[in-house]
Design a protein around this ligand. Sequence first.
Ligand SMILES: [Zn+2]
Length: 284
Amino acid sequence: MKNSMLLMSLMLPVVAFADGFERFSSDGKVDVSISVLDCGRIEARKPSMFNPNVSDEQPMQSANSCYLIQHPKGTLLWDTGLNDGLNAMPEGIEVMGGAFHFSLPTTLNQQLQAMKLTPSDIDYLVLSHLHADHTGNANQFSSAKWLIQKNEHHVAFDPEISAKLGFDLTQYQNLKDSVHVIEGDHQVFGDGSVVIISAPGHTPGHQALYVDLPHYGPIVLSGDLYHSHLNREQKAIPVFNQPEQTKASFARVEKLLTEKGAEIWIGHDIDEFKQRKLAPYRYQ
Ligand SMILES: [Zn+2]
């Protein structure tokens, strides 16, 4: 009897923490920072694609944020935005038969230069997923280690499947030799301060990023788990998502936010973006 009770008490914590979040415990003292990069503007002419509750009368204006994470053990770039070449076209471009309008007021390279960095200084490239608004400059980062989920990598280089998923394979084709496949959550620096969170549904290997800032506190970069704070409140699921996977990812990330007391940063939310201090400012 005693032995079985002991066994149960040993087993309970495993059940209680089935998500594995307890492993992400940095002591809150790692000198890690995040800088917010302006990686473009997107006008979606059919917002109901992202939230079935909204009308299509008004287009949805979105930011397109990238983030630079600086850690004592290396530098990580989260997403690469729209292609820098778009900056030469101030009027922007129509995309997918006018379903979207893309524009790029400043380039990723200019913003890295302002931080005295070039693409070869980036140690880790992590893309929330492979949609074209996140991979525009990916080819420039072939010297970095590209951390990608197994399920995203599985479809990334198949011309037909990747195109069907809305990926533009030409934007990351230089990275074939940089691939480092991960499966599930992944601690980038081994100290719990920067953790990739598996959150599939928007794409097969979509992911978010947990960062424990020593002064500001813990945050989660949403990727495209949510496209706006309104969509988060309404638990809106884009029409092209896998609904069941998406719901499970919503639940999983919300649980992480609650357990860690973390803030969520939604990279496409234009109102949030307008309030952010941009690079070279470092949130610490
Ligand atoms: Zn996106």
